[in-house]
Write a protein that binds this ligand. Structure first.
Ligand code: AP5
Length: 219
């Protein structure tokens, strides 16, 4: 099964993609996580992406497209894409690449949440530098304050979760990414809208109920 999860920064894409990947036994391919791993490893790709990410701008399409297509080729058994495609150029290139491979995306989920809810989600986010688990200081607390439940590492705050950078990321979303939903609708693809303003469990239940129906249709 191949899925795409769309939504603005802080909509809950990473949180929900981990759960989707577990339930449907597919890979979770997050463009942001892959870029952060490249940066941590000090690769040329990571260095090229650094200034864009730190300022909240999108990394150029050419870098992202080849990086994500490589990851998709390695993901046997399906995947859910998180943070990609993020421009119409990326969506178009993804379509072409899938068509060449005789594959297709079976479901596109769009998480909807207003800008005013996002700031608190992002500034309160904490993540594990080791395993990537994501928490929130109020909405999803670890068992021990500031310590990862899974591996005991001290949690960190992402450098791009400051109010100034969050404002730039939201601007990039509205100017460059929101149009991706229209791109798919214009090509006759059903986009499953999910209200992501509620709590994490409620959003998960809503996504699962819609994807279960989709799964039963595609087999
Ligand atoms: P990326 O890492 O993809 O960041 P993002 O899209 O801005 O998304 P986030 O990871 O911030 O949020 P999320 O929706 O995953 O929310 P989460 O589940 O963590 O990209 C980072 C940068 O990389 C970009 O700015 C860009 O520079 C570059 N980049 C990446 N992909 C690119 C591409 N395709 N093209 C070009 N550049 C690219 O949740 C957030 C917090 O809220 C957590 O603490 C969570 O616990 C909490 N939370 C989640 N859901 C709820 C809920 N329902 N209620 C309450 N709290 C919730």
């Amino acid at each position: 099964m191949r899925l795409i999860l769309l939504g603005p920064p802080g909509a809950g894409k990473g949180t929900q993609c981990k759960r989707i990947a577990d339930r449907y036994e597919i890979a979770h391919l997050s463009s942001g996580d892959i870029l952060r791993a490249e940066r941590a490893a000090g690769t040329e790709l990571g260095q090229k992406a650094q200034s864009y990410m730190d300022s909240g701008r999108l990394v150029p399409d050419g870098i992202i497209i080849s990086m994500m297509i490589d990851a998709m080729i390695k993901a046997v058994g399906g995947y859910v894409l998180d943070g990609f495609p993020r421009t119409v150029v990326q969506a178009d290139q993804l379509d072409k690449s899938l068509a060449e491979a005789g594959e297709e995306i079976v479901g596109i989920v769009n998480l909807r949440v207003s800008d005013d809810r996002i700031a608190g989600r992002l500034t309160g986010r904490r993540s594990c530098p080791q395993c990537g688990a994501v928490y929130h200081i109020e909405n999803l607390k670890p068992r021990v304050e500031n310590i990862c439940d899974k591996d005991g590492q001290k949690l960190v705050q992402r450098a791009d979760d400051t109010p100034e950078v969050v404002a730039n990321r939201l601007k990039a979303y509205h100017e460059q990414t929101a149009a991706v939903v229209g791109y798919y609708e214009g090509r006759g693809k059903a986009v499953i809208d999910v209200d992501a303003a509620g709590g994490i469990e409620k959003v998960t239940a809503s996504i699962f109920s819609k994807l279960d129906v989709l799964c039963s249709q595609v087999g």
